[in-house]
Design a protein around this ligand. Structure first.
Ligand code: ZN
Length: 204
């Protein structure tokens, strides 16, 4: 079989060069995904095409190990409140953090009023979770699909995975604590979050 080879203008090195079909390794968290694609002969650039993403998704879904293990930091007050809530749902704290993060990334950040919500909870709701007690790290192992969501969020908001989890968890804790109930919108979110956690806890 002859190798695919064509001449194109490379968007990276901007020269008229040949692209050749080559094996590439794409870093995905601590893992790497290997595939074959057309690569610029001069600078090594390749396009992350829809086909590659699809192939990568299929690979990632089958991957049974964790892709990253961010270490968000929470205050004692946040850890304790989370522990108490997790127990109510029959869960452990770390899976509970993952559920809050998934809810935030799937159902909160894409809302039209996201910025308004973010401003509200950051200024009104979560003082004690931010300030009370010593701060400590926790490891949150993340699999592929959640990693991908985290990655998109981190790129859009220019933040780390750990910070993204901190934000998601603090939002969830604020929403679940009674302090949030004065804000009508958060009350509705609290109800859907409680339902969401219940569903996940039952499926586990
Ligand atoms: Zn190039």
């Amino acid at each position: 079989m002859t190798k695919k080879m064509e001449t194109r203008t490379c968007p990276s090195c901007e020269s008229e060069t040949e692209v050749v079909e080559k094996k590439v390794s794409i870093p995905v968290g601590n893992e790497s995904f290997t595939t074959k694609t057309l690569v610029c002969k001069k600078c090594g650039r390749y396009a992350l095409t829809r086909a590659i993403r699809k192939e990568m998704d299929a690979w990632g879904r089958k991957l049974s190990k964790n892709i990253v293990e961010p270490q968000p930091i929470f205050t004692e007050a946040a850890h304790q409140f989370a522990e108490g809530m997790a127990i109510q749902y029959g869960m452990k704290r770390v899976p509970f953090f993952r559920v809050l993060t998934t809810f935030y990334l799937n159902h909160v950040v894409n809302r039209e009023d996201f910025q308004e919500l973010k401003n509200y909870w950051e200024t009104h709701v979560s003082r004690k979770f931010l300030n009370e007690g010593t701060r400590s790290k926790v490891s949150v192992p993340i699999r592929y699909l959640m990693y991908r969501k985290l990655q998109i969020f981190s790129e859009v908001w220019n933040t780390s995975h750990a910070k993204a989890i901190e934000e998601s968890v603090l939002f969830g804790l604020a929403v679940l604590s009674s302090e949030a109930k004065s804000f009508e919108k958060l009350k509705a979110i609290a109800e859907s979050l409680q339902q969401y956690i219940t569903d996940v806890a039952q499926a586990a």
